[in-house]
Ligand binder design. Structure first.
Ligand code: HEC
Length: 440
């Protein structure tokens, strides 16, 4: 295998070198490719990043040139799995490459990955080290409050492990509005073993009933949340933080692992006018309110789709969506059916990959504003065939469960519920912002 791969690579290199001679005007690393790799790949593909290799030097970029070409051509990298043919296309955190950028990378590789003139290299970026808060830069300071999980020792070379400690919530003396939160596994080992997790705050609401607030939700590719302007999550002193941490072991023991959640508050006296629930779970499978959602059964070597429908009993502003399935997940979408019967796909991923938990953050002007009575239709599609590269065994029947080899089917929607008055005001503001005579 190795020899034939080496041979193939050799042949391809020769072809590439031949091509290089014919493409004198091809993009060069220093001038055209390095800036793209820095901006669109460097946050993960750097010595301390979560990517498997650094792509920040010419030698590294050239060594990986052929895999870079294939991953960017297939739009597998950077990880951004949105269906580009349907649904809202404006996102705050869009890290995908443009068609022009992809064409430039492909042409560069086909031309033999020329270096060009190193004096044209972009100035180097100062990346945060692996242990720093990734939102600190944008927020302008370290978090205002840090909540820490009880330590857990992750056994090496074992099955998935779950750790669900609870602790009293301390550190607040008065209600505060959360502007941003980040869930940070420990550096360096925690980052490798924490697959996903959340920290939920359970506390009494002002009128009595218990309320649950997600302090931090994490998956690879999703470290935290910054709420849109004028939207915050209100938390009060007291209550209990319950952690749900899913560990996936590596080959060494990781002793006493702790996870931190950092919270940034709105300044006192600058309260936002809208209170958000943060990410709310909507399901495509039935029984989402039960501890074990019941009805996922995927036969061997087959595709399966499932839909769930949810009627909004209040108007809402949606700021994000984050698909969640496991290894057989292929597509997931959320569609709105408005009270007047019109339908609109809000967001859809068509290349879901269980490795990633990406939260797609709608651009401010594109955030769906949903009237009361809107139906949200969640659709999930699984691929339990051999064509799915993450499928370990297409001959298995697959059912609901927590392990990566079992399935799930929910989507996390960033929701801010509105009063009728707030909805009317926002709808009027949007109508005013539309060009005269416009419409959708
Ligand atoms: C958000 C983090 C992130 C960003 C941004 C990102 N990558 Fe990756 N990349 C990863 C991770 C993690 C893997 C390994 C898991 C996987 O393949 O999904 C990976 C895998 C790869 C691989 C396959 C490596 C192999 O040997 O199998 C290539 C090639 C690659 N990335 C290139 C790129 C390029 C080029 C960009 C920018 C245009 C980019 N990546 C942006 C995190 C990232």
């Amino acid at each position: 295998m190795r020899t034939s791969t080496a041979l193939q690579t050799g042949v391809v290199l020769l072809v590439a070198v031949a091509a290089a001679a014919q493409d004198a005007g091809a993009p060069t690393y220093s001038e055209h490719v390095a800036p793209m790799l820095q901006q669109k790949c460097g946050s993960c593909h750097r010595p301390d990043g979560i990517g498997p290799m650094s792509l920040l030097s010419y030698a590294n970029a050239r060594r990986h040139a052929f895999t870079i070409k294939s991953r960017v051509e297939q739009r597998v990298m950077p990880p951004w799995h949105l269906d580009r043919s349907v649904g809202i296309q404006d996102y705050k955190n869009d890290i995908s490459l443009t068609d022009g950028e992809i064409a430039a990378i492909v042409r560069w590789v086909d031309a033999g990955a020329p270096e060009g003139d190193p004096s044209k290299l972009p100035p180097p970026v100062e990346w945060p080290t692996g242990g720093e808060w990734t939102l600190a830069d944008e927020m302008g300071r370290p978090p205002d409050l840090v909540v820490t999980s009880a330590p857990y020792t992750v056994k090496p070379n074992a099955q998935d492990q779950w750790w669900t400690p609870s602790a009293e919530f301390e550190g607040l003396t008065e209600p505060r509005w959360v502007k941003a939160s980040e869930f940070k596994p420990a550096y360096p080992h925690g980052k490798k073993v924490v697959h996903h997790g959340h920290a939920q705050l359970m506390q009494d609401g002002p009128d009595g009933p218990r309320v649950m607030r997600a302090l931090g939700r994490y998956g690879v590719g999703k470290p935290g949340d910054i709420f849109p302007e004028d939207i915050g999550m209100l938390i009060r002193p007291g209550g209990v933080v319950s952690w749900n941490l899913h560990y996936y072991p590596i080959d060494v023991e990781v002793p006493d692992d702790v996870v931190e959640v950092g919270l940034w508050f709105y300044p006192k006296g600058k309260d936002p006018s809208l209170e958000t629930q943060g990410e709310v779970r909507f399901t495509a499978d039935q029984g989402g309110d039960m501890p074990w959602a019941g009805d996922i059964v995927i036969p061997p070597n087959s595709f399966k789709a499932q839909q769930g429908i949810h009627v909004l009993d209040r108007p809402a502003l949606m700021h994000s969506f984050r698909p969640h399935m496991h290894m057989r997940g292929k597509e997931q979408s959320v569609e709105a059916i408005y009270p007047d019967g019109t339908r609109e796909v809000l967001g859809k991923v068509d290349r879901y990959s269980h490795i990633w938990q990406i939260s797609y953050l709608f651009a401010d002007h594109a955030k769906p504003l949903l009237p009361k009575g809107t139906m949200l239709l969640v659709t999930s599609l699984w691929d339990n065939t051999a064509a799915n590269p993450l499928n370990l065994d297409p001959d298995q029947w697959v059912v609901f469960g927590q392990r990566g080899v079992d399935e799930m089917s929910h989507i996390w929607l960033g929701m801010t519920y509105l009063t009728d008055g707030q909805y009317e005001e926002m709808a009027a503001a949007r109508r005013r912002a539309e060009p005269a005579g416009g419409g959708q």
